[in-house]
Design a protein around this ligand. Structure first.
Ligand code: SF4
Length: 356
């Protein structure tokens, strides 16, 4: 072990003693912290990936009200799952939850497994989620190392290894596992997460004055901007598309996206690549067999995904025909049953605003 690593490990050894008392008095009251039921903790951890806690609260409550336990989740229909997830994004997460619930029912008699390896083997469960559930629900010394935790650890110890490297994450997992306090594994996991989410912040200055680790922190004096070290992100690809809101009487045209790729299998407004002018848009709708009669209005929207940005040109067309290449749904169905990804729902929300 190099000297810097030895110093870092010493800081890790002191972590629990410094963090646990702080967590006891500063932990936010979050719905998924009110019990340690594995289904609840697992669901919350999956929802919290890429999403802020405040935004997750309502989704979490709605999801559990509709699907209160693992057998109910396993038996749910895809349409219901997508509707419960609508707006959270990254829909593969809810599909994996469903597959994992089916597996828990089939292989574990509907009881969430308590063993780390068995949890890690469930569909969609990686090192982070397995570590979180095993430590929080089953008091095992299994770290949950995500971006928040890596930020805290890199800054605290001044470690400049790239946190996007699997080897760095593994090294932190091993280093942390060695210092887990017996009997407080779940609290230790949550305390680290909490510090990263509320004090050692990702955007803007960390609140070092309020941090229980400030004494001896390598970044507290001002080097926090350069830590953690990350890979340089590739710029997002920009794509332009013309999005059709085809209305025939009280029905609107939708179709399914391809089974693979971005927003796989979800509903979308019919669309084509490129930015069509009004006449070309009318021609396209006619070619689909929708017999458009009028262009009602146009609206431009943008949506940013992880790797791509969409520049969307929405065209609202009145039509006389309902070709069966599309599914024609009512406004009520759109509101209550159909899960439209946020990129497309923006047009619907705008329509509702305009018409009400
Ligand atoms: S002292 Fe500041 S930089 Fe160091 S861990 Fe705490 S919040 Fe982060």
């Amino acid at each position: 072990m190099r000297e810097a690593e030895r110093a870092g490990q010493t800081q890790l050894e002191e972590l629990a003693a410094r963090l646990l008392p702080w967590f006891e008095t500063h932990a936010r009251d979050l719905p998924w912290r009110r019990d340690r039921e594995p289904y609840h903790v697992w669901l919350s951890e999956v929802m919290l990936q890429q999403t802020r806690a405040e935004a997750v609260r309502d989704y979490y409550a709605r999801f559990l009200a509709a699907l209160p336990d693992i057998p109910a989740l396993a038996a749910a229909e895809e349409g219901q799952l997508h509707k419960l997830w609508e707006g959270l994004g990254y829909y593969s997460r809810v599909r994996n939850l469903h597959r994992a619930a089916e597996e828990i029912v089939e292989r574990h008699g509907g009881v969430f497994p308590s063993d780390y390896a068995a949890i890690r083997a469930l569909p969609g469960v990686g090192d982070y989620t397995a570590g979180a559930v095993a430590s929080i629900c089953f008091e095992q010394p299994t770290p949950a190392v995500d971006g928040n935790v890596l930020r805290v650890l890199s800054r605290l110890t001044g470690d400049r290894r790239c946190v996007d490297a699997a080897s760095t994450r593994r090294a932190w997992r091993e280093g942390l596992a060695a210092v887990y306090p017996p009997g407080h594994c779940g609290d230790f996991t949550q305390a680290l997460m909490e510090l990263g989410a509320t004090v050692c912040l990702p955007n803007g200055a960390p609140a070092c004055a309020a941090c229980p680790l400030a004494d001896g922190c390598a970044a507290a004096e001002g080097d926090w901007r350069s830590l953690p070290v990350r890979l340089q992100k590739r710029p997002r690809r920009r794509e332009t598309l013309t999005v059709f809101l085809l209305r025939c009487g009280t029905r609107w045209a939708l179709r399914r996206r391809p089974a693979r790729g971005l927003l796989a299998g979800l509903w979308e407004w019919p669309n084509v690549p490129g930015n069509l002018d009004p006449q070309a848009a009318l021609d396209q709708a006619a070619a689909w067999g929708a017999a458009p009669t009028a262009l009602e209005r146009e609206r431009r929207m943008e949506h940013v995904f992880t790797h791509v940005e969409w520049e969307m040109h929405g065209v609202y067309l009145q039509c006389r025909e309902m070709p069966d290449r599309f599914v024609w749904v009512t406004a009520d169905e759109l509101e209550q049953e159909i899960a439209l990804p946020t990129a497309f729902r923006k047009f619907w929300d705008e329509t509702m605003k305009t018409e009400n």
